[in-house]
Design a protein around this ligand. Structure first.
Ligand code: HRO
Length: 310
């Protein structure tokens, strides 16, 4: 048997495959379906102080090669998730609470609620691209550091951060320095590639309604960007801070590529929405096949093993 388990911030996962926050994880029913599936963890939708309907529909569109979304943080609100989380522990896999907010104080309020609810880990979302008038915090290094420092004073649960994609090595360096200073426990990257635009040429129209059609891109088309971001932080940190790779995972080979680049686990968004929770059993089978073919006894054995050319 190939060992697909992994460890992130001291928490053991039965396998390194889980949903990306946002994908089929808003309602109690969806979270329980993740619990009952082969997913190695349950990740909640990013939560805000009050319940939100999100942006007007249509707000999700899939196309050959990926997806575009502008959901606008539809979620049940901190108090409801705080009540739900303890019951999700019965599935005997880690529960990761995704914490968001519309302003810095929201995050602090959420941190207090999550201290009571006791998920295994908290993933602080600094990278939602879809709230009109609210920039992605992760692109402002000073603001990110201020917020994470304050959260570090409040949270009694290990916390990591969900980052947007960066496109220049200096930005990888800068965010890595910030995250080291605040003692981050793990990093999830990348969130969707923000503010893309998909066009329907027949109707001469955008494909989603919010923000004039602009939205976050996910799926196969973003895989090289995701792999580059995972690799860039692995090159800085090695195994000192675990990375959850997210972006473009459709099959076992995609998972393998993320792990080779340095990820300790992967999250699945677009393909989960398209295929439903049975995707986890397929990915686990396909990942095991490639690990066996390559002679690796475990997922962790190939982590970071990507070779450069001499
Ligand atoms: O809800 C969303 O519109 C959303 C969020 Cl919070 C996020 O972090 N990433 C994304 O692509 N969509």
């Amino acid at each position: 048997m190939t060992d697909l388990s992994t460890v992130i911030a001291g928490v053991t996962f039965p396998n390194g495959l889980m949903n990306a926050s946002g994908a089929l994880c808003v309602t109690q029913e969806e979270l329980e379906a993740l619990g009952a599936s082969e997913a190695g963890a349950i990740v909640t939708k990013s939560m805000t102080p009050q319940a939100r309907q999100g942006n007007p529909e249509p707000r999700y569109f899939s196309f050959t090669g990926g997806s575009i979304n502008s959901m606008g943080l539809p979620n049940l609100g901190y108090p409801v998730y705080a009540k739900l989380i303890p019951s999700l522990r019965r599935f005997s896999k880690p529960v990761i609470a995704s914490l968001a907010g519309l302003q810095p104080d929201d995050f602090l309020e959420g941190a207090r609620a999550l201290n009571e609810a006791r998920p295994d880990l908290v993933e602080v979302n600094l990278s939602c691209p879809n709230i009109p008038g609210k920039p992605q915090i992760g692109y402002d290094f000073e603001e990110s550091e201020r917020l994470l420092e304050k959260l570090g004073d409040i949270l009694t649960i290990p916390f990591g951060v969900k980052l947007p994609p960066y496109f220049d090595p200096i930005h990888h360096q800068k965010i890595a320095q910030v995250l080291q200073r605040v003692n981050i426990a793990f990093v999830t990257m990348i969130n969707s590639v923000g503010n893309g635009l998909v066009v329907d040429p027949e109707r001469e129209r955008v494909v989603i309604k919010p923000k004039g059609g602009f939205g976050g891109l996910g799926g196969r088309i973003i895989k090289p960007v995701a792999l580059a971001n995972v690799r860039a932080l692995w090159n800085i940190w090695g195994d000192r801070i675990p990375i959850i790779g997210t972006g473009g995972v459709e099959n076992g080979v995609d998972v393998f590529e993320h792990i080779l680049c340095g990820a300790s686990a992967v999250q699945v968004g677009t393909v989960l929405v398209e295929e439903g929770c049975r995707v986890f059993a397929r990915l686990a089978r396909e990942l095991a096949e490639i690990l066996i073919r390559k002679g690796y006894g475990s997922l962790m054995a190939c982590r970071g093993k990507l070779q450069e050319m001499s």
